[in-house]
Design a protein around this ligand. Structure first.
Ligand SMILES: *[C@@H]1O[C@H](CO)[C@@H](O)[C@H](O)[C@H]1NC(C)=O
Length: 351
């Protein structure tokens, strides 16, 4: 959060459900044999914290009565359906084993957003080797919902065949679910790419200087390392009208622990397992970067400050000289990123 771009994204998603879980607990109880309920494997403690004791009691009664299926309880507007055993509907199981990357780049992108994926494939995503280190690139998406869901899925299968760089989890892809996306990313890295030294999560409208990234990582610690633009002492917003309002019942403290902004952050691979384990003990807040910050605090590990002028939340104006100094920056929508990339890669002096 704290990025202009996310403000825009969030405005589009301002219809976040105000459902507190009360109605779901009662209505779903009436339904027979709900085999596709989403939270049956969630530990009860997780759920109990999100609903009043009255409803919890009701849920427990219903569970006893039904025996076969736990009723679905919405986690409400501030938490997400995690932990939960999500599955991969599109996967690249062998790529890391075959390519043995030093760093894995994971771009979180909406299923429909092929345009951004193609721009990345035709710009910084095409750098497969930097300073003799193998770089792997994957796009992570969830499920498209709506009328054209089936068509989008067919197109994704085709795109996956062409590029072999898509990973899709079976959760609903929407802004509210970014924490699920991030945790599924960590699970994927842990299962299919644990031999890599580092992973970087990056948003689809960023510019990345891959050689500078690799240079940084060649000198970085191999364990307990997380970096990016680190926010310190960010206030928890208590105004119910603010975009990232969180009531005290969800998070009682007034200041977030240090966290790396979600637009682009780096992890040493050992942290994937540790963060997944920590997530079992931390309420799954829907604000994904803050959530990782809370999990890091649970682990007692502080994010590392990046070198100065390396990460930018406000777009750096393009010039060969400026872009040669940075690692990652947001970009403006009207920038032709493929043109910039070609210009940047021309031989010759940068400054
Ligand atoms: C988030 O994903 C879960 C799992 O797919 C789904 O049950 C839930 O409805 C999604 N949330 C929103 C706001 O769409």
């Amino acid at each position: 959060i704290h990025s202009m771009k996310l403000l825009t994204v969030f405005t589009k998603q301002s219809t976040v459900s105000k459902n507190t879980g009360f109605t779901d607990a009662n209505t779903t109880a009436e339904l027979p044999e709900t085999t596709s309920v989403a939270t049956t494997q969630e530990p009860p403690t997780q759920r109990q914290r999100t609903v009043s004791s009255r409803v919890t009691k009701k849920v427990l009664e219903t569970q006893t009565a039904q025996r076969t299926a736990a009723p679905y309880v919405s986690p409400g507007p501030y938490l997400v359906e995690y932990p939960y055993e999500y599955h991969f509907t599109i996967n690249e199981e062998l790529k890391c084993k075959q390519e043995k990357p030093f760093v894995v780049l994971i771009v979180q992108v909406a299923p429909r957003n092929r345009a951004h994926r193609d721009i990345i494939r035709n710009s910084w995503g095409s750098e497969k080797l930097a300073n003799n280190q193998v770089v792997a690139l994957f796009f992570l998406l969830g499920m498209q919902t709506g009328d054209d869901a089936e068509q989008v899925h067919r197109q994704l299968l085709q795109e996956s065949k062409e590029h072999q760089d898509l990973i899709q989890g079976d959760f609903v892809d929407c802004y509210k679910n970014l924490t699920i996306k991030t945790m599924v990313m960590l699970e994927w890295l842990n299962s299919y790419c644990s031999s890599a030294a580092y992973a970087m999560k990056i948003d689809s409208d960023m510019f990345l200087n891959v050689p500078n990234l690799v240079n940084l990582l060649l000198k970085a610690p191999r364990t307990n390392y997380m970096t990016g633009l680190v926010a310190h002492g960010a206030a928890v917003l208590r105004d119910p009208n603010s975009k990232w309002y969180l009531p005290r019942e969800i998070l009682s403290e007034d200041v977030y622990p240090p966290y790396a902004l979600g637009l682009g952050y780096i992890l040493s691979l050992d942290l994937t397992k540790k963060l997944i384990e920590a997530s079992r003990h931390v309420k799954p807040l829907y604000i994904e970067d803050v959530y990782l910050g809370l999990c890091m605090r649970h682990l007692g590990i502080r994010p590392t400050e990046p070198p100065s002028y390396s990460f930018h939340v406000f777009p750096v104006r393009y010039s060969r000289c400026e872009y040669s100094k940075i690692i990652a920056t947001t970009t403006l929508q009207n920038m032709d990123r493929v043109w910039i990339w070609r210009d940047f890669k021309k031989p010759g002096r940068y400054c």
